[in-house]
Each structure stands twice: as C-alpha cells, then as structure tokens.
Ligand binder design. Structure first.
Ligand SMILES: CC(C)(COP(=O)(O)OP(=O)(O)OC[C@H]1O[C@@H](n2cnc3c(N)ncnc32)[C@H](O)[C@@H]1OP(=O)(O)O)[C@@H](O)C(=O)NCCC(=O)NCCS
Length: 227
C-alpha cells in the first residue's frame, strides 16, 4: 500500500514526532472494495469462533492474500509486513500486530484451496482479519485494520480495534491517530463508535485515485475502550 516509503503515515504533525516508520515504511490505505479475485468466501463464517492472537511471520502469507483482496490498488508488500513485525518484539517494541483466525472445522474456517490437515498436525486455521498499531513518543497510529468480507458486520472490526487500543494504553499513548478514506463510511462509523473524532483532511492522500483522507484522533486519557 505504500506509495513512497519516504513518506511516513503522519508526515504533517509537527511536534508529535510521528511513528517510527522503519526502513520500509507503511503508508495509507484505500479500501474497502469488497470480495475480489479470491472469489467467494469458503462458507458462512461463525464469528463466535474467531480467536485473536499476536501476528507472527508465518501469518504473513495468509494475511497478504486478504490484503490483496481488500486493497488491490495499494496492497502492502511482504517486506512491509516483515519490517513491521521486526519492530513488534523485544524491549524496544513499537508495534502490535494481531490476526483473527477461525479454527478449521468451524463454519467458514476452512482455508481457501487448502487440503484438510493431517492427523497429528496442528489444526489449520483461516486468517479472517488483521490489524496493526505503531506507537512512538506517546502517539499511536492505527497502521491497518481489515476483516474478511464474509465477517463484516459481526463485530470483528470492533474486536480488532479494541485489541489495538488496549496495546495503545500499554504503550502509554496519549492519543491515537489514523487516516481513513473520506468515502469509507463503514470504517469511519467504527472509529466514531470508539470515540475517534475527525481533526482534518489530507488532500489527495490516497493515490492513484487521488482520494482525500480524513484524519481522526482518539484522546486516550480517561478513555474507556468500548466500541
Ligand atoms: C472497516 C472494517 C474493518 C470493519 O469491520 P467489521 O467487522 O465490519 O466491523 P464491525 O462489525 O465491528 O462494525 C461494522 C458494523 O457492523 C455492526 N455490527 C457489529 N457487531 C454486530 C453484530 N453482532 N451483529 C450485527 N451487526 C453488528 C456495527 O454496528 C457496524 O454497523 P455500522 O457500520 O452501521 O455502525 C471492515 O469493513 C473492513 O475490513 N473493510 C475493508 C478494509 C478497510 O476499509 N479497512 C479500514 C481502512 S482505514
């Protein structure tokens, strides 16, 4: 999704310092576009079975499949996810990435075009969502958030955002920022439910479509994380 790694996600917040963007920085999103080239979802999904956990390097491939489906114009490269995850562990960690997965065998949990797991092997799981937060100098930045289209409207987006905001608290963020396409009303409603407020626009932020970004901010102090 990055147009130009030289441009961090929040280039125009003087004083905030902005997030550490690393060697291969991440940039803005376009989404959503609905079901794409991967075809229909494997079956009706059971949102109650979805489990959230830390994203690890072995999740990059299935996350990329969803990424390319949801953000065909500016999908992140594998290197961008690798770079982000490189900052997600250890004493100086400044990122938190999570995935949502459905156990194989639960409705909708079959990974697309994958054979069933063999006896003795860990159960295969279908990645149905992911999200990432960067934190630096008291400022959090929602880098990405996405749910599989067959789970939209089931509360998965809210669960992912809750997870990120809990980690923003752990990172001692005073505020969390994000950009969202002005035409992405669904995502905007999700953010508003959590108390994000619009604070400005970035004109032509999303390329090549030249779509403006709405910048939203959540002040963390005294905030009850509840969507
Ligand atoms: C934006 C996105 C993450 C939201 O995910 P989601 O799982 O649909 O989010 P939620 O289900 O928590 O909330 C969405 C709607 O479902 C409703 N909802 C939540 N739980 C529900 C439930 N159990 N039953 C019925 N509806 C429910 C919410 O009220 C909300 O409705 P609203 O939009 O009218 O307010 C998802 O649409 C997505 O991945 N879009 C593509 C990628 C994208 O645009 N990412 C954001 C980039 S800035």
């Amino acid at each position: 999704m990055t147009r130009d790694p030289a441009h961090p996600a929040h280039p125009a917040h003087p004083g905030s310092g902005g997030p550490d963007t690393g060697p291969e920085a991440v940039g803005p999103r376009t989404g959503p576009v609905g079901p794409g080239p991967l075809g229909p979802a494997p079956g009706p999904a059971a949102p109650g079975a979805v489990v959230l956990r830390e994203m690890r390097w072995w999740d990059i491939e299935p996350v990329l499949a969803l990424e390319r489906e949801l953000f065909p114009e500016d999908a992140w490269s594998p290197g961008m996810f690798w770079s982000e995850l490189a900052h997600a562990r250890g004493p100086g960690a400044s990122r938190r990435y999570v995935v949502a997965e459905l156990p194989c065998g639960s409705p909708g949990g079959e990974p697309p075009e994958e054979p069933p797991g063999e006896p003795g092997r860990p159960a295969r799981r279908r990645i149905v969502g992911y999200a990432g937060l960067a934190a630096s100098g008291g400022l959090g930045d929602v880098q990405t958030i996405a749910a599989a289209p067959d789970l939209w409207g089931t509360g998965l987006g809210a669960r992912l955002l809750t997870e990120l905001l809990q980690h923003a608290t752990a990172f001692e963020c005073e505020e969390v920022l994000l950009e969202v396409r002005v035409d992405n009303k669904r995502a905007q409603r999700l953010y508003e439910r959590f108390g994000f407020e619009p604070i400005g626009f970035r004109r032509g932020y999303y390329q090549p479509g030249n779509v403006d970004a709405l910048v939203m901010r959540l002040r963390m102090q005294g905030t009850e994380i509840n969507g």
